[in-house]
Each structure stands twice: as structure tokens, then as C-alpha cells.
Design a protein around this ligand. Structure first.
Ligand SMILES: NC(=O)c1ccc[n+]([C@@H]2O[C@H](COP(=O)([O-])OP(=O)(O)OC[C@H]3O[C@@H](n4cnc5c(N)ncnc54)[C@H](OP(=O)(O)O)[C@@H]3O)[C@@H](O)[C@H]2O)c1
Length: 350
């Protein structure tokens, strides 16, 4: 799907980072420690902030604008950690400069933008990936194996819930509509993405939704979906409910349950459970560092050692499904979706 590979030596992929926000710290640490990547420069709207960040995290170069960063010949790829409404502009500009793009979730604020990025990246012969860590956790691959094994019987229903409770930091972009705020894009990215993943990237045929908004921003949303194979699903996200990040995939024989699929709870084993219809429960613990796995996978793709097009399909479809849910919320109507021909293998198990 993408064009020719950038010629890179076996040396680390050199990243430039856009933004100095909260998530940046976690991913910069992974980029520095992965063994496949490093961070060559960071760009901030304010040079002084970029310098402070560079000093704190041992980054050689700080730049006082994102444009300077993406034009730098010292980097092969960018990591975009800006508010969602800025992802499209800076991903497109970086791709125009021939840089690969690792972009924070939600990838974009609408599906058209995601498709534009995909088209331009193909033309430029570079890769993009959304920074959705759970898709890279070895636990996800193990759950995919169970799904594929038929252990759950015929699938019937999928449920997900992702939330946290306020307070927000002052001026948090999550509460600003113009910056792409709201729980649907922010947390629905995970909840809806999981439903799609569980359905092997088939979009539902019908979507309806209920939600509550404040200041033009979704604070709580519940979406209901039905798939062509008869499976139903609910995806819930909220900014006014205690932290949850769980999912259940229920079949007629058994169900898989996981209470922290987006990111393992700190200092607890990374687990999931299988409950069968006789009432027995088994749990499996699968260690892994999802962000580390993610940056290594992306570096391998850039070097031509791995192919991640199923993840790009997952991101674009997540964006399409979020758009359909937004339509359902705005109109109060059930939205019918056209069916695509299915081409993907079971995600996470490729
Ligand atoms: N994958 C995950 O687990 C995860 C977790 C949290 C967040 N995220 C995602 O990462 C992205 C950033 O979230 P965050 O929580 O790190 O945000 P944040 O702390 O607010 O940082 C965003 C950064 O973007 C830059 N920026 C540029 N224009 C801005 C504007 N108009 N308003 C605010 N900041 C602006 C700022 O850097 P400079 O001023 O230095 O340029 C700022 O530090 C979001 O898309 C979010 O959904 C992902």
C-alpha cells in the first residue's frame, strides 16, 4: 500500500518530537530506550520550553517551531503529540518533507483527514502509524489467538468502557471543541477501536448512540452497534465516571474479559480472563511493554522488516466508525453503514 522504502541504514531511526506535553515524556523514554530508535530533536512553539524539555530528557537539539523540526535533515521520522485538531496539519506537512509519522491518538478529527494522510504517505513513500499502544501488547496477540481458536463459540456481543473522572488541567485541550476535545475522540478511540478489532475490522451495519455534551464537547457517550454476522456491541466512554478500561467479548461457549485493555494497571500482572458457560474461570498473565513494542514495530516497518498495513486499516476504520457515531449523536437517528469487502486477517495475530 505504501511506496518505496526510505533508504535507511541499520542505524536507529532518528525521531523528532512535536510538542512538550504530558504523553511526550512516556514515548520519548521509549524512543530513547527501544534500541531501534532515538530522539534527535524536539520542537516546541516556545524555544525555551523545547530547551527545558531537551535538557530534562537528554535530547541533543531543541527547536522553536514545528516547521523547523520537520524540515530538519537530522531526522527520519516525527512523533506528533499535539492536541487532536493539529494532527492533520502537522502529519501532512511532515509527510511532504519525506518524514515518517508516528501520530498520537485520535489519529485525526475526521475520517477524510485520515484518508488524506494515507494517500499522501503512499505517494511520498513514507509510513504513518497511530500511537495506539494496546494493539502492540503481546497480550492482545494472545487474546486474538483465543478468538481465532473458536474457544468462545459463536460470538454474540462485545462491550467496552473507557473513562476517567475530572478534574482536568487548566485549558486542557480535551475540553476545547476547536482543538478536537471530547471523550468520544479521546477515549472512544480505544473503546470503538477495540470493537472493530474484535470483529476483524468489519464495520457494523448499524450504529446508534446517546451522549451528553457540555460547551460543545462530548462528556459521556454510549454507542450501540450491530454487525452483519449478528454480533452486537456497546462502546461507552466518559469524562465523568471513575477510571475504567475494560472489555468483554462474549460467545455462546465462553467470554474473554479484560479490565485494563488500553494500558495495564500499574504494578498488577497484565491479565485477562476466560469465563466459560459452566462457571469456570481461567486467567492468563502476559508481560509486555506496549509502547516499546509499538516503536520497535514502526522502526522495523521503516527498515522494511515488518508490514503494518493492518494497523493503518484499523485506524482509518476507527475514524470512520467514530464519524458514524457522531452522526448518530447529532441526528438522534440510527446510521446505516455500507459494507466493505473484508480483506484483513485477524488483527494482532498476523
Ligand atoms: N497514547 C496515550 O496513552 C495518550 C495519553 C495521553 C494523551 N494522548 C494523546 O496525545 C496528544 C497530546 O495529549 P497530552 O495530554 O500530552 O497534551 P498536552 O499535555 O496538553 O500537550 C500538548 C502539547 O501540544 C503543544 N500544543 C500546540 N498547540 C497547542 C494548543 N493550541 N494547545 C495546547 N497545546 C498545544 C504543546 O507543546 P508546545 O507548547 O511545547 O509546542 C503541548 O505541550 C493527544 O492527542 C492525546 O489524545 C495519548
Amino acid at each position: 500500500m505504501n511506496g518505496p522504502l526510505t533508504e535507511l541504514s541499520a542505524a536507529n531511526v532518528r525521531f523528532g518530537v512535536l510538542g512538550t506535553g504530558r504523553i511526550t515524556r512516556r514515548i520519548v523514554a521509549e524512543l530513547q530506550q527501544s534500541g531501534a530508535t532515538n530522539v534527535a530533536a524536539i520542537g516546541s512553539r516556545e524555544l525555551v520550553r523545547g530547551r527545558w524539555f531537551a535538557d530534562q530528557f537528554g535530547i541533543a537539539r531543541a527547536l522553536g517551531s514545528y516547521q523547523e523540526l520537520i524540515e530538519s535533515p537530522e531526522i527520519d521520522a516525527v512523533y506528533i503529540a499535539l492536541p487532536p485538531a493539529l494532527h492533520h496539519e502537522w502529519a501532512m506537512r511532515a509527510v511532504e518533507q519525506g518524514k515518517h509519522v508516528l501520530c498520537e491518538k485520535p489519529l485525526m478529527v475526521d475520517a477524510g483527514e485520515a484518508l488524506e494522510l494515507d494517500t499522501l504517505a503512499s505517494k511520498q513513500g513514507v509510513y504513518w502509524l497511530d500511537a495506539t499502544g494496546w494493539l502492540h501488547h503481546p497480550r492482545t496477540k494472545r487474546m486474538a489467538e483465543h478468538l481465532q481458536s473458536g474457544r468462545l463459540g459463536e460470538l454474540r456481543h462485545v462491550s467496552t468502557a473507557v473513562s476517567f473522572f475530572e478534574p482536568f488541567q487548566t485549558n486542557d485541550h480535551r475540553l476545547v471543541a476547536e482543538l478536537g476535545g471530547g471523550c468520544l475522540l479521546d477515549l472512544g478511540w480505544y473503546a470503538v477501536g477495540f470493537v472493530l478489532w474484535s470483529q476483524q475490522q468489519c464495520l457494523p451495519t448499524r450504529v446508534s448512540a446517546l451522549g451528553q455534551q457540555r460547551d460543545g464537547v462530548w462528556r459521556r457517550v454510549t454507542a450501540m452497534m450491530e454487525f452483519a454476522n449478528g454480533v452486537t456491541a456497546t462502546a461507552h466512554c466518559a469524562y465523568d465516571v471513575a477510571t475504567r478500561k475494560w472489555m468483554e467479548i462474549a460467545g455462546h461457549e465462553a467470554s474473554i474479559v479484560c479490565d485494563d485493555f488500553t494500558r495495564p494497571w500499574v504494578e498488577r500482572p497484565t491479565r485477562f480472563w476466560i469465563h466459560d458457560r459452566a462457571g469456570s474461570v481461567v486467567s492468563e498473565a502476559i508481560a509486555g511493554q506496549q509502547e516499546r513494542e509499538m516503536v520497535i514495530a514502526f522502526a522495523e516497518e521503516i527498515r522494511g522488516a515488518q508490514e503494518l498495513s493492518w494497523l493503518r486499516r484499523q485506524a482509518i476504520q476507527t475514524q470512520q466508525l467514530l464519524a458514524a457515531i457522531t452522526d448518530a449523536l447529532r441526528t438522534g437517528q440510527t446510521v446505516e453503514l455500507p459494507q466493505e469487502e473484508k480483506t484483513a486477517s485477524l488483527p494482532g495475530n498476523n
